[in-house]
Design a protein around this ligand. Structure first.
Ligand code: TYM
Length: 334
């Protein structure tokens, strides 16, 4: 077994990326590229587990690539490519479909949430989505996977699949068991309208999220309208236990201002939420708007974005072909 640390993560190209993607995942992607070999993937095959308009999908693949670059990913340090361009992902997913168990998939809460009340009508792809995720990670023998807290259960499944493969094919340590890298302070950014739900692309109201492409005016309006609390900011965390919206605003502020929550409370106790909201809008405009501007600029140069994906694809393919050859051998495929 090698001791090499390899980072893999993916983001779905299903429309506007938002503050949750940025704080929960992208920012961490950027800091990891300084320390380890990193592979970052626009997971277009995951996106089509629910229907995507083909024209929009192509555009969204490029826009997610642009968002990676605008957030600070450096294509000379990290491998950046789209999943469907490396056929090994789909091939390994099939092999892992035969390793993974129906009982394991039946426990996946994200499938239950996404499929809703009529599971019979969900695509088969949506059901086996976590197996494809395991394939993404194991295809590169990744050891570390930076994700938001919502992906934790899928990562545990990837570990179970890796372990079962190693046992079934009597090759201990062949697949490393990937470690999730979930940030402690801000692993789940919540909706600005409902502090019990995560901020998400699929929530109907645009007021529920800050998009990376939002204008300064949008940000001011959304933060102003965000739910918080009618009572002043408390001194201690305990008083925020039953106030998820207020906690969410303070959490986001704590992350963006790089101050821990305790010291934010110390500084702000007794003040109205309008006070923290004003400061938060200013900081968000400073950090997010330049990224949005870069995304828009990059989207005017599609040839450049295509070239980034092409180069990334070439590098990813070399690694994937080599690993897949060994995986096929283990399974006995000729
Ligand atoms: P996706 O596209 O839904 O989200 C991309 C990343 O953003 C994180 N995230 C959040 N973090 C904090 N708060 C939020 N409100 C929030 N919303 C999203 C997600 O946790 C994720 O890290 N299945 C994955 C993509 C994937 C993948 C992989 C990830 C496919 N293959 C292999 C890791 C490894 C997904 O749908 O992420």
């Amino acid at each position: 077994m090698s001791n090499k640390k390899i980072v893999f993560s993916g983001v779905q190209p299903s429309g506007n990326l938002h503050l949750g993607n940025y704080l929960g995942a992208l920012k961490n992607f950027v800091s990891l590229q300084k320390e380890m070999e990193c592979i970052y993937c626009v997971v277009d095959l995951h996106a089509i587990t629910v229907f995507q308009d083909p024209k929009l999908l192509s555009n969204n693949i490029l826009e997610t690539t642009a968002s990676f670059l605008a957030s600070g990913l450096d294509p000379t340090k990290s491998i950046i490519f789209n999943q469907s361009s490396v056929s090994g992902h789909a091939e390994l997913a099939w092999i892992l479909n035969c390793v993974s168990r129906v009982g394991w998939l039946n426990r996946m809460t994200q499938f239950k949430d996404k499929a809703g009340s009529d599971k019979e009508k969900a695509s088969v792809g949506l059901y086996i989505y976590p197996n494809l995720m395991a394939a993404d990670i194991l295809l590169y023998k990744a050891t570390h996977v930076p994700v938001g807290a919502d992906q934790k259960q899928h990562l545990e499944l990837s570990r179970d699949i890796a372990q079962k493969f190693n046992n079934d094919f009597k090759c201990p340590g062949f697949f490393p068991l990937p470690d999730p890298l979930i940030l402690k302070n801000i692993s789940r950014v919540m909706s600005l309208r409902d502090g019990t739900k995560k901020m998400s692309k699929s929530e109907e109201s645009d007021y529920s999220r800050i998009n990376l492409k939002d204008s300064p005016d949008d940000i001011i309006k959304k933060i102003k309208k965000a739910k918080s609390d009618s009572e002043p900011i408390p001194e201690n965390l305990k008083s925020l236990e039953k106030k998820p919206e207020a906690l969410n605003i303070l959490n986001i502020y704590s992350e963006i201002s790089k101050n821990n929550l305790e010291s934010v409370l110390k500084e702000m106790a007794g003040k109205e939420y309008s006070y923290v909201k004003k400061k938060l809008s200013d900081l968000l405009i400073n950090e997010i708007c330049p990224i949005g501007e870069k995304i828009k600029k990059l989207m005017n140069d599609r040839a450049y974005l295509m070239e980034i994906l092409k180069k990334g694809n070439e590098k990813a393919k070399i690694k994937s072909d080599e690993n897949l050859k060994n995986i096929r051998e283990k399974v006995g495929l000729i």
